[in-house]
Design a binder for this molecule. Structure first.
Ligand code: ADP
Ligand code: TRP
Length: 329
């Protein structure tokens, strides 16, 4: 059976982009595949989180994973730093990753622009650590949002390079797993591109009804269409994209018609959007709050997953080290 694997960095709460781009798909996959889902706490170190916040960030994501429906009986749930084999493979793969190709990664260039005073080596080799996460379990299917496609390409390149250099077949090539037609991109509410933690434009799984409504009502729009069937500005397109993600198709159609005949009132659309987001996320929020305070349940939830992940990681690492030529005295 093919192995599915994915992770999300432990920085803050999960937003709708993380949920619809990644987490919701994890939940769907766990009935069909052998699944590994983890919390990428090592990846979050690139921005030097305060030690007082480090563990609670992991706990938040774990609670949100479970509240959204990940089942520790079906999937192996674990925390990245509990699997030291990942770091060992990271060292091996770093020898095969070239500075130029890492510098050309869109996410790296983006971070260089956004955090120019903290362009550390961990940021540059972020995709190598991610490749190690995936290849250590020889996973072939990786459910992620569209922004991670390039990282998966690097994981494939490293897998091929390792196999070719050492004349082995240890690593299969991993591919992004998409649902339906394309990888999904959830837009932000500020009229710009994607919803993201660092963009500060997110609706979070633990937001309450009032917060969600306030954020949606403040979303950027234009003055409204003046000619029938006119092209939508990006800000309005984004609202329709969000609507198509959380609402019934008939609701989207209703507002599209209103837009096309210029009778749309953005206030009505936003109210509907806020209500439909709440319908999806408030039940999850309720579960997050309960799970976050249940340390015993959290401990149990990762116990079996960590064991499974360590076993699988140790087996792959042994093969990789053998291929490189390591031998114990
Ligand atoms: P962020 O961009 O908020 O920092 P991460 O980079 O930690 O989030 O992403 C975690 C997962 O969520 C990845 O699989 C990523 O592809 C997905 N994801 C994040 N933002 C979006 C978005 N706006 N639309 C779709 N998927 C997203
Ligand atoms: N880089 C991913 C993100 O920012 C998180 C991640 C780390 C990941 N390692 C992974 C995703 C391995 C899939 C597989 O969202």
């Amino acid at each position: 059976m093919e192995t599915v694997l994915s992770g999300i960095r432990s920085t803050g709460h999960l937003h709708l982009g993380n949920y619809y781009g990644a987490l919701r798909n994890f939940v769907k996959l766990q009935d069909e595949y052998k699944c590994f889902f983890f919390i990428a706490d090592l990846h979050s170190l690139t921005t030097h989180p305060h030690p007082d916040d480090f563990h609670s960030s992991v706990k938040i994501i774990l609670s949100e994973y479970l509240a959204a429906g990940l089942d520790p009986e079906k999937s192996a749930l674990f925390v990245q730093s509990d699997i030291p084999e990942i770091c060992e493979l990271y060292v091996l793969l770093n020898m095969l990753a070239y500075k130029g190709e890492l510098e050309r990664t869109t996410s790296f260039k983006d971070k260089v622009r956004k955090q120019a005073d903290n362009v550390n080596a961990g940021l540059l080799t972020y995709p190598v650590l991610m490749a190690s996460d995936i290849l250590i379990h020889r996973a072939t299917k990786v459910p992620v949002g569209k922004d991670q496609e390039q990282h998966l390409e690097i994981a494939r390149v490293l897998a091929r390079r390792f196999n070719n250099l050492y004349g082995t077949e240890v690593f299969p090539e991993p591919h992004a797993l998409s649902f339906g037609k394309d990888l999904i991109k959830v837009p932000g509410l500020d009229g710009s591109g994607k919803m993201g933690k660092s963009e500060g434009n997110g609706i979070y799984l633990n937001d309450d009804q009032q917060t969600i409504t306030k954020k949606v009502m403040k979303a950027v729009t234009d003055a409204g269409p003046t000619k029938p069937n006119s092209e939508m500005p990006d800000s309005v397109k984004n609202l329709f994209t969000l609507l198509s993600i959380v609402s019934e198709p008939s609701t989207v159609e209703y507002f599209r018609e209103k837009y096309n005949d210029c009778s749309i009132r953005y206030g009505d659309l936003k109210k509907q959007l806020a209500a439909d987001i709440c319908k999806q996320t408030l039940p999850i929020k309720e579960r997050i709050d309960a799970i976050y305070n249940d340390d015993e349940y959290l401990r149990k939830a990762v116990r079996r997953g960590t064991e499974q992940a360590r076993e699988s990681a140790a087996a792959t690492l042994a093969l990789a080290k053998k291929a490189v030529g390591f031998k114990v005295f």
